[in-house]
Design a protein around this ligand. Structure first.
Ligand code: GTP
Ligand code: SPV
Ligand code: MN
Length: 597
């Protein structure tokens, strides 16, 4: 597969530690992948689904203790603690390597080690980066084959130069012991070690570990950005396409927004949305000085529950072939899949996500869930009916607007615009959102999640804000405009006030109009909000008064968000000490002054 001495020496070293019975290079050939699927079915690691209804689709169930990312087991191991910063778990690299070597020792005895060369981004794009993942899990191989570009073409691209840069990724499933589970990034060494998990973001090391944690560190040093952002193209009736990147925390609507279907009245006018990416953006300054985005991934690892023909037709279509489903329910009547929110007909003869045979409707009536709330589909991007024709473009797409957003029952309005890039960076930095099932731990608790990167920043968050400010200076007046949205505001009875999903298009149109200088706005303490007549509510079951409520800023509520002794912005910023960029402190002072007016 390669003569690259660095690659070969590293694999030898890892194999000497893990002691696999056999080492197999993943070539990317379909025949090899097909043989692995057959093997996984034979061992029970995967179940083949109905070939007529779901051709090439498989089912996988993880251990019950291994269903989401584990933030408390995730470490950034930089030489000094301050490089990792106060919101990352840190351990000195030597200490961590020693601890993990003991765990990896002999961990693959009697097992096969697969070598997966992969490219994040189109092979050969100037913005793409290469990784090699060693794993003893066929499930990981097959997921990586969907989520990234893999195999011989990638090794050829890396070449034989022993100094060629690649990220060294090691994963051992071991015995999935949650007490010895570690997801560890060594940014200075371009190295990721993961052990004792077999779930998504913990083990598909190209995704969060590389494309966000390691890449954010590389981006800071090399002058680009790695962000937890979808990328969509919005086409107007004249056929012009403008691109928007949006950062929402996990399970807060990126996949849905990226694949949005416009409301009927806009579809009739000729508006369309094209998907470039649903989770991660790599952003570089292009030759014309604008910011360009590529999606480093090749597939979607999407949240299944809530996905239906009504909410996200395009995502559902994407899962109709060549897809791996993880921890959803099986409909035994026809060997297909089901999850909460797919339709109103839970299967009577169901196998719920832990493997129990149940009567679906009865099980749900008793308060059970057939699919795990963080059950997922791994679907090839090329299946998506609205995939952008720029999806494989090595240069990426020019970004007009950056949108931040979170799940906030109160406080954050439907949409607001920052005054400029520096203020926009502050708007990202003070983001907060209710936690979701995408990570282990409590759900529905408001926490700060700056730029939706709290779990994913590979270095000190305060320095990361500094990097944002630097990028803004380089971009100057070519910088995208920065906005914040909240689809999740609730009334006192807990009902969502905004219809969301396809209707979010109405907000995107205001955002692009603002970028083009086509509409005015009202200046309030936190930035600019739309004039109530500028968000079109044609065809919605909603009054102007209700829309006005959604756009209203409650200064007292915001002041609480600043001052709260546990979760307030002041308190949050204080932990970064002298690492906090002075511009962020200035913006906080400005916000307090504006709120006090
Ligand atoms: P990750 O893959 O974890 O990064 O998640 P994501 O940000 O891509 O979230 P996704 O689009 O999968 O949505 C997560 C959940 O939020 C799903 O259950 C959706 O149905 C729900 N959701 C998405 N958009 C909206 C919206 O506009 N309004 C409401 N109320 N719910 C939404
Ligand atoms: C997220 O949690 O933001 C995801 C899923 O996109 S995972 O790959 O598990 O990180
Ligand atoms: Mn995500």
């Amino acid at each position: 597969m390669t003569k690259n001495k660095t690659v070969l020496a590293w694999i030898d070293e890892m194999a000497a530690m893990c002691k696999p019975a056999k080492i197999t290079w993943i070539t990317g050939e379909e025949s090899q992948l097909e043989a692995l699927r057959a093997e996984a079915v034979a061992t029970g690691e995967m179940i083949k689904l109905n070939e007529e209804k779901l051709p090439g689709c498989y089912y996988h169930r993880t251990a019950e203790n291994d269903v989401a990312r584990v933030e408390d087991r995730t470490f950034i191991c930089t030489p000094t603690e301050v490089e990792a910063g106060p919101i990352n778990n840190w351990m000195a690299p030597d200490e961590m390597y020693a601890k993990l070597k003991a765990l990896y020792n002999g961990s693959m005895e009697g097992r096969e080690m697969y070598v997966i060369p992969y490219s994040m981004g189109p092979v050969g794009s100037p913005f793409s980066k290469i990784g090699i993942e060693l794993t003893d899990s066929i499930y990981v191989v097959l997921n990586m084959a969907i989520m990234t570009r893999i195999g011989d073409a990638v090794m050829k691209q890396l070449g034989d130069n022993p100094d060629a840069e690649f990220v060294k990724c090691l994963h051992a499933k071991k015995d999935v012991n949650p007490d010895e589970r570690y997801i560890v990034q060594f940014p200075q060494d371009n190295t990721i070690w993961s052990i004792n998990s077999a779930y998504g973001g913990n083990v598909l090391l190209g995704k969060k570990c590389f494309a966000l944690r390691i890449a954010s560190y590389l981006g800071r040093n090399q002058g680009w950005m790695a962000e937890h952002m979808l990328i969509l193209g919005l086409e107007n009736p004249q056929g012009e396409v403008k691109y928007i990147c949006a950062a929402f925390p996990s399970a807060c609507g990126k996949t849905n927004l990226a694949m949005l279907i416009p409301p009927e009245y806009l579809k009739k006018k000729g508006y369309k949305v094209w998907t470039v990416g649903d989770d991660i953006s790599w952003l570089n300054i292009g030759p014309d000085g604008r910011l360009y985005a590529i999606n480093p991934e090749a597939g979607f690892f999407g949240v299944a529950p809530g996905t239906s023909t009504k909410t996200n037709f395009n995502a559902l279509e994407s899962t109709k072939k060549g897809t791996i489903f993880t921890n959803v329910a099986i409909n035994n009547a026809d060997n297909t899949v089901w999850w909460e929110g797919l339709d109103k007909n839970p299967p009577v003869d169901a196998t719920e996500w832990t493997g129990k045979k149940v009567n679906g409707p009865e099980y749900i009536a008793q308060g059970g869930k057939l699919a795990h709330p963080n059950s997922r589909f791994t679907a090839p991007a090329k299946n998506c009916p609205c995939i952008s024709d720029k999806f494989e473009d090595p240069q990426g797409v020019p970004v007009s607007a950056i949108v931040f957003g979170g799940r906030r029952a109160k406080c954050a309005p439907l949409v607001y615009q920052s005054r400029d890039w520096q203020h926009g960076t502050f708007v990202g930095a003070i983001m907060a959102s209710e936690t979701t099932a995408a990570a282990a731990g409590a759900v529905g608790v408001v926490r700060r999640d700056p730029m939706a990167m709290k779990p994913f920043v590979g270095y000190n968050m305060a320095q990361y804000w500094g990097h944002w400010l630097e990028m803004g200076k380089k971009l100057g007046d070519k910088a995208p405009k920065i906005f914040h949205v909240n689809w999740f505001r609730k009334d006192d009875d807990g009902n969502f006030l905004w219809p969301g999903f396809g209707d979010n298009m109405r907000v995107l149109l205001w955002i692009l109009d603002r970028c083009d200088g086509k509409v005015d706005a009202d200046e309030v303490a936190i930035g600019y909000v739309p004039k109530v007549d500028d968000i079109d509510i044609t065809g919605l079951d909603m009054t102007k008064e209700q829309l006005k409520d959604l756009l209203t800023i409650d200064n007292a509520e915001w002041m609480k968000d600043v001052d709260d002794p546990d979760t307030g912005i002041k308190q949050y910023f204080a932990q970064f000490g002298d690492q906090l960029p002075k511009e962020m402190a200035e913006e906080l002072d400005k916000l307090i002054a504006n709120l006090s007016k």
